[in-house]
Design a protein around this ligand. Sequence first.
Ligand SMILES: CC(C)(COP(=O)(O)OP(=O)(O)OC[C@H]1O[C@@H](n2cnc3c(N)ncnc32)[C@H](O)[C@@H]1OP(=O)(O)O)[C@@H](O)C(=O)NCCC(=O)NCCS
Length: 197
Amino acid sequence: MSATQAITNVQVESDSTERIVAPGPEHAAEMWRIARDSVTLDLNPSYAYLVYCRDFSSTSRVAVVDGKVVGYVMGHLRPEKPHHLFVWQIAVDESYRGHGLAGRLLDELFGDVAASAEVHTVETTITDDNEASQKLFASFARRWQKAPMTVDPLFEEKHFPDGHDAENLYEIGPIFFLDDELLAEVEQKRERAESLA
Ligand SMILES: CC(C)(COP(=O)(O)OP(=O)(O)OC[C@H]1O[C@@H](n2cnc3c(N)ncnc32)[C@H](O)[C@@H]1OP(=O)(O)O)[C@@H](O)C(=O)NCCC(=O)NCCS
């Protein structure tokens, strides 16, 4: 059973001109440009995007519309916890925001990686002031079987040399692939537990 068959509550919009693909070095410059223009993201050296596109392409995705990169997600499997996908950066060009593109990037990446590498948990870090990112990951957790999401301090201000805000660790999972019957049973039990609480 493939991940897309098993996860029935994920809705991926189709758009004939939008393609979500694993990035190659030819996409790195546009990823760097989107990061730079976002202003909120830490801008890594252009070289870092190139290395990521070579070494972590299978755990990253770019959204391409009419031949142009309009969004990306960069991730890697944590060496110490290979079932955890760490999302380093996700960004969408300003003019393409608010249409579910970041959600689709995350869904496609997680669906593919979970199916091929038995990944069950997504990690990322978010600063307190980045509401869009907090909402994006909360929404992802809801779509994927209402997966549990925990938030804990990770990198404090004092860890940074440059006045960077603290980054909290968001952990979403474990997300297991359940068939429709089991998913319905989990949902029923969850509702019963909530009504008893
Ligand atoms: C965060 C970001 C990637 C979201 O991209 P997007 O394509 O507009 O997001 P989506 O349309 O897929 O929205 C996903 C969810 O987040 C919510 N959301 C997105 N932007 C939001 C905002 N500015 N304020 C509140 N909620 C927001 C959406 O309502 C949606 O929730 P829903 O599924 O419950 O309706 C985009 O704003 C961005 O590139 N920001 C700059 C870079 C950044 O901060 N990246 C995250 C840190 S690595």
